[in-house]
Design a protein around this ligand. Structure first.
Ligand SMILES: Nc1ncnc2c1ncn2[C@@H]1O[C@H](COP(=O)(O)OP(=O)(O)OP(=O)(O)O)[C@@H](O)[C@H]1O
Length: 517
């Protein structure tokens, strides 16, 4: 395959003409005309379900369009995986597709001819190839780790390294920052800048304003499978994008919650895997506590123990009654609802309907009378949740696996928040959802707190932490290193304590030596 510099020089690297994609009656793409320029970053933005992932899949040859045409950097048509690969178009998908049982170095160098002899990897060559591509993204110590033992953020960076090992000409990134922490975002942004400076083409789908403002030269706005705007990012378009990607203040969001009430959730003496060590944590009724920390700090580990999803030593009590650690059932029975980080693996029942996903496990009087299911009430309840959490399309019978990523996230959140739980543990509750739904999810969490729930939310984004939470708990090396009301702490202080530095360092660079969870 040719390298970026070998390519001829037309400005447009990829040209998409009249592309439609139909799934039965659903028109995911309804006639898209767009061009991605060489040497620039194009951000593709739009609401959940507007067709962004479908467009990336068509351009990268994973999906055939129903009609229309894609031309790659050499001017040749792209249709199917082989022609996309030949054109140097590489996709980093929304959900990592790595082989979990293989090591990181095996995953990065898999399929690279320079690291193989016939079908077999040449271990030393493969390891050094992987090390080269991981540099600046993750510490070298992860090379030999079994990939499934890494957290989602680290797996995303491994996926990126694997994409770079394929020497792309066009790099297509589907929401790469949705699960990355600050270091990961900075490392990714640096990599993208280097890549386009060398003439590469980057297309990035994102719901994060920061990705567009800090990275993109061009922006494409998709709406219902059509391009509603395309062009360079100018002060005027920037204004539109800010409106599109910022959650507006919502009328349904309770602004003032009552003073915090009694202690609802109390954890003590927690000792868990990979050094989790939390002596004491209390969350009160009406409180939203944000857990912050670097990737690998233990923030998600702590959340999963509090939700009963992982065993640990110690005790977690809900209104004075302890539940069995490591038993989600026992935690649920005690009144805990959990929104896990990894919706694909642990939360979505892909081959069941949207309604079934929303109502699974519900036994309360809204949907049951004694041993009987109240079918009409179930229908009403699922329709209400679909509206409240803006699940699209509004079809309770659709298979959950067929929803876009952001809409699947809304299902998981809607399910957890419909349970009137005493405690809500939410790990990155708004990952991958659009601005409007982000506002709806924040409003629903605030409403639950206002009604007396204790809420714990893992937030890797500062914007979410400071928008949503009343108190911040920073975790580092498995322990709580800062616990303070949000009104009494600055972003710099949170960053400094998560990094373990005394003073905030304004020039903080990604630190690839940190331990990965
Ligand atoms: N395999 C499929 N079968 C049926 N419908 C599908 C399938 N994949 C996607 N769709 C539908 O196509 C539309 C576009 O989905 P797509 O995943 O491209 O949206 P998106 O803009 O990437 O959303 P998100 O921001 O949530 O990731 C949605 O209505 C979705 O439900």
């Amino acid at each position: 395959m040719s390298t970026i510099r070998d390519q001829a020089v037309p400005t447009n690297s990829v040209v998409v003409s009249g592309v439609t994609k139909l799934y039965g009656a659903t028109k995911a793409l309804a006639g898209v005309d767009v061009a991605f320029r060489r040497g620039v970053v194009t951000a593709v933005v739009g609401a959940n379900g507007s067709g962004k992932t479908t467009l990336l899949r068509v351009v990268s040859g994973l999906l055939d369009p129903s009609s229309g045409r894609v031309e790659g950097p050499t001017g040749r048509p792209v249709r199917g995986l082989t022609s996309a690969q030949d054109a140097g178009i590489v996709l980093v998908p929304q959900e990592p597709t790595l082989a979990g049982h293989l090591t990181v170095w095996q995953n990065v160098s898999l399929g690279r001819s320079e690291a193989a002899r016939g079908p077999f990897l040449r271990d030393r060559a493969a390891r050094s190839l992987a090390a080269r591509h991981l540099e600046g993204l993750l510490p070298a110590a992860v090379l030999d780790r079994v990939t499934s033992t890494l957290n989602k953020s680290s797996r995303q960076l491994v996926q990126l390294a694997a994409a770079m090992a394929r020497r792309p000409v066009v790099l297509m990134l589907d929401e790469p920052t949705a699960v990355l922490d600050e270091d990961g975002v900075q490392a990714l942004h640096a990599l993208i800048r280097r890549f386009v400076a060398e003439g590469g083409t980057v297309v990035i789908v994102s719901h994060r304003l920061r990705d567009v403002l800090e990275l993109a030269d061009d922006v494409v706005v998709l709406r219902n499978g059509l391009v509603s705007h395309t062009g360079p990012v100018t002060p005027q378009t920037e204004h539109q994008v800010v409106r599109l990607l910022s959650a507006e203040e919502r009328e349904d969001r309770p602004v003032h919650r009552p003073d915090r009430g009694h202690v609802v959730l109390e954890a003590s003496g927690l000792r868990g895997w990979r050094g989790l060590h939390v002596e004491h944590l209390r969350v009160h009724a009406g409180e939203i506590v944000g857990i912050a920390g670097q990737s690998g700090s233990g923030r998600s580990r702590l959340a999963s123990v509090l939700a009963g999803a992982h065993p640990a030593e110690g005790e977690v009590r809900v209104e004075g009654t302890s539940f069995r650690l490591g038993s989600i059932r026992s935690a649920q029975a005690a009144g805990v609802a959990y929104i896990p980080e990894d919706r694909q693996v642990t939360a979505i029942l892909g081959n069941q309907s949207v309604a079934a996903n929303l109502l699974v496990g519900r036994e309360d009087a809204t949907v049951r009378r004694g041993p009987f299911r109240r079918r009409a009430a179930e229908r009403r309840e699922s329709a209400d949740l679909i509206d409240r959490f803006e699940v699209r399309p509004r079809d309770p019978e659709r298979h959950a696996a067929l929803l876009s990523g952001g809409n699947q996230q809304k299902l998981v959140v809607g399910r957890a928040l419909s349970r009137k739980a005493k405690v809500i543990v939410a790990d990155e509750p708004t990952q991958g959802v659009d601005a409007s739904a982000r506002g709806a999810i924040h409003a629903a969490l605030a409403a639950a707190a206002a009604e007396g729930s204790a809420v714990v939310a893992v937030c890797s984004e500062f914007e979410e932490l400071f928008d949503l939470c009343d108190r911040v708990v920073v975790v580092r090396d498995g322990s709580v290193v800062l616990d303070r009301p949000i009104a009494q702490v600055s972003q710099d202080e949170v960053l400094a304590s998560s990094l373990g530095s005394d003073l905030p360092d304004p020039n903080h660079a990604p630190n690839p030596t940190e331990e990965i969870r």
